[in-house]
Design a protein around this ligand. Structure first.
Ligand code: HEC
Ligand code: HEC
Length: 213
C-alpha cells in the first residue's frame, strides 16, 4: 500500500471517529454535544478559545454576564435580534441550540478572563469618553453609563459588560440602538444614545475598550 493511501485511510478513520463521539463533535444540531465542546470547537473560531476575539469584527465574550448572554442567544435564535451582523453570523449558529446548551455556553464564557485590550484613540478622546462614562452629559440628558453597566463597566444581569470590549463593536451597536429597532431589548439604550454625537460615541467606546478588568 502506498503511504499516501495509508495516510488518507487514517485521516478518514479519525474523521469518522470524531463524528461518532459527541465529546469531539462540532454538530450544532446535536443536543448531546456539551456546551464546552461547542464553545471550544465552534464559537472559538470567531470569538476566541477564551472568549477574547482577535478580530474586532467579533465581540469579546470573556466575562460577559450570563443573563445578558442567554438573552442575546435567544434573541438570535428567535430572530428578534436582527442587526445585520447578528443575522448573518448568529441566526444559523443558534438555530438548534437547546436551553441547556445556551446556559452552559453562558457559564463557559462568563468564567473566562477578559484580556487587557490595546489603547484606542487619543488621550483626549479617552478622557472625554471617561467623563461620559462616569458623569453622563447633563446638557444632552445622557445618563452615566456606569449607572447601569457598573463602575468598572463589568455589567450585571440584563446590563452587558462593556469594559474591554472592542471599540469598533461598541460603536456599531450604539449606532444600531440610536438609528434602528433591530435589537428587541434596545429601548433603554435608544433613549440613552439619542443625543450622542458620532464623536461622543467614538470617545466613550475608546474609553470602554481601554478599561482594565
Ligand atoms: C462565524 C463567526 C461566529 C461564530 C462561529 C460564532 N459567532 Fe457569535 N457572533 C459573531 C458576530 C459577527 C457577532 C456580532 C453580531 C452583531 O454585531 O450583532 C456575534 C455575537 C454574539 C453574541 C452577542 C454578543 C454581545 O455582546 O451582544 C453572543 C452571545 C455570541 N455571538 C455567542 C456565540 C456562541 C455561543 C457561539 C458558538 C455556538 C458563537 N457565538 C459562534 C460571529 C460568530
Ligand atoms: C438605564 C440603563 C443603561 C444606561 C444608563 C446605559 N446602558 Fe447601555 N445597555 C443597557 C441595556 C439594558 C443593554 C442591553 C440591551 C439589549 O439587551 O439589547 C445595554 C447595552 C449596551 C451596549 C451593547 C453591548 C453589546 O455587547 O452588544 C452598549 C455598547 C452600551 N449599552 C453602551 C452604553 C453606553 C456607552 C452608555 C453611556 C452613554 C450606556 N450604555 C448607558 C442599559 C443601559
Amino acid at each position: 500500500m502506498k503511504s499516501s493511501t495509508l495516510a488518507l485511510m487514517i485521516a478518514a478513520a479519525m474523521l469518522s471517529a470524531g463524528c461518532a463521539n459527541p465529546t469531539r463533535s462540532r454538530d450544532l444540531a446535536n443536543p448531546n454535544v456539551t456546551a464546552t465542546t461547542l464553545a471550544q470547537q465552534v464559537c472559538s473560531n470567531c470569538h476566541g478559545l477564551t472568549g477574547n476575539a482577535i478580530s474586532p469584527n467579533f465581540p469579546n465574550l470573556a466575562g460577559q454576564v450570563e443573563a445578558y448572554f442567554v438573552a442575546q442567544l435567544n434573541g438570535f435564535k428567535s430572530h428578534g435580534r436582527q442587526d445585520p451582523a447578528g443575522f448573518e453570523y448568529m441566526w444559523g449558529l443558534s438555530r438548534s441550540l437547546t436551553d441547556d446548551q445556551i446556559k452552559g455556553l453562558a457559564a463557559y464564557f462568563a468564567a473566562q478572563k477578559p484580556a487587557r485590550q490595546p489603547g484606542e484613540g487619543t488621550a483626549s478622546q479617552v478622557a472625554a469618553g471617561k467623563a461620559i462614562f462616569e458623569n453622563g452629559m447633563s446638557a444632552k440628558k445622557v445618563p452615566p453609563c456606569s449607572s447601569c453597566h457598573g463602575a468598572e463597566g463589568q455589567g450585571n444581569g440584563p446590563f452587558p459588560r462593556i469594559a474591554g470590549q472592542h471599540a469598533d463593536y461598541l460603536v456599531k451597536q450604539l449606532v444600531v440602538f440610536q438609528r434602528t429597532d433591530e435589537r428587541p431589548e434596545g429601548g433603554i439604550m435608544k433613549t440613552v444614545a439619542h443625543e450622542l454625537s458620532a464623536q461622543d460615541i467614538e470617545n466613550v467606546a475608546a474609553y470602554a475598550q481601554s478599561m482594565a478588568n
